[in-house]
Design a protein around this ligand. Structure first.
Ligand code: NCD
Length: 356
């Protein structure tokens, strides 16, 4: 990247995407339909292989000479755990930084210098950070560092993977979400997705909406309190891509049309410390037990998790096959295996293991 950091970060997302290529994962908008279909196929193949002892052993010897850093400067359960699991599946060594107070950033070291240092020691960085530009900063830093990895006959910078960038982007979650949707529904083409909750600050749901453009004839329905509605940066992208979207007044209003309901939590961590605990979900945007009656038979109920009160906890006791969020989190392991395999050039071997 032949730009200063300030110039790179000032570029609109669409202008950053060609520079990112296949050397980092920063935005859902960087992925094409054929890449996503390929990643889903690799995820399925890895999952199948891992069922047998021999298959798991073979998978675990794909990338044994590489070390991954999981740098999580914000809380995480699933993204952190599933990346760790995915790295273990492929045989990568793992190290984590989760507490900036115990790194030299607490002595005033810049993010750029810290990343420059990480790049000296590890072969990929998965990172979650409250600053929406931190992953872009890390990508820029890695691409300017001298260290290169030999992957598939090419010299590439240490790949950076966003595991959540501020309130804006969560590309690997969006990929595991479409993987889950295609497993549950067969295909996303022609489907209607009802997105509910905090659409303004929910990075998962924003990134998922960005992926709608790669499918044919998808309709997005947005159900959220006014102040948490989907922001114009995303609806503008949808308009430019010709994706149909509509605001619906309540969850219930969208429910009969939905092939999938995607619930999200009020992201009140962005409001600063508040007395009295967490903000309750508005009743019009809560998935109650009775809503299962209106949910179509083939439809699926998803949530990136963690959930609070936006889904009635009694729903977990019913064992309804349309409740998809627990398999969604497991799917995250396989999609992250696919992403790591792709970045390290072993994706095709996993798809066609007998030819290697
Ligand atoms: C989400 C996140 O961190 O953005 N969690 C996740 O990665 N599954 C969603 C959330 O915290 O609400």
């Amino acid at each position: 990247v032949n730009l200063t950091l300030a110039e790179f970060l000032a570029l609109p997302e669409a202008a950053q995407v060609p520079l990112i290529g296949d050397q980092a994962v920063l935005y859902a908008s960087q992925f094409t339909r054929s890449q996503i279909d390929h990643l889903c196929a690799v995820a399925d193949a890895a999952r199948r292989l891992h069922r047998s002892h021999d298959g798991a052993a073979w998978l675990g010897s794909r990338v044994p000479h590489r070390m991954a850093l999981n740098f999580f400067a914000q809380p995480s359960t699933r993204t952190f755990m599933s990346f760790n699991t995915a790295q273990a599946v492929l045989g990568l060594e793992r190290v984590s930084v989760r507490d900036i107070g115990r790194s030299s950033m607490s002595k005033g070291e810049s993010l750029v210098d810290s990343i420059r240092t990480y790049v000296s020691y590890v072969d990929t960085i998965v990172m979650r950070h409250p600053d929406e530009h931190a992953a872009g900063t890390a990508f820029w830093t890695a691409s300017r560092a001298h260290r290169r990895l030999r992957v598939g006959g090419r010299e590439v910078p240490v790949p950076v993977i966003s595991g959540g960038s501020g309130s804006k982007h969560h590309p690997t979650q969006a990929l595991l979400d479409v993987y889950t949707l295609s497993r549950a529904l067969g295909s996303l083409d022609g489907r209607t997705l009802l997105l509910v909750g905090d659409l303004a600050r929910g990075r998962t749901v924003r990134s998922l909406a960005q992926l709608a453009r790669v499918y044919d004839d998808v309709t997005l329905l947005f159900a959220a309190p006014e102040r948490y509605q989907m922001l114009p940066d995303i609806t503008g992208q949808l308009d430019r891509a010709g994706v149909r979207w509509e605001v619906v007044p309540t969850l219930e209003a969208g429910l009969p049309h939905a092939d999938a309901v995607y619930m999200t939590r009020i992201q009140d961590e962005w409001d600063g410390a508040k007395a009295g605990g967490h903000e309750a979900a508005h009743p019009d945007f809560r998935f109650e037990r009775r809503h299962l009656d209106a949910l179509r038979d083939h439809a699926v109920l998803l949530h990136p998790l963690p959930k609070r009160d936006e889904i009635d906890p009694a729903i977990d006791d019913l064992d309804d096959p349309r409740v998809g969020y627990w398999s969604q989190e497991r799917n995250g392991v396989w999609m992250r295996v696919a992403l790591l395999a792709w970045l390290f050039g072993v994706d095709k071997a996993i798809l066609h293991p007998l030819q290697t």
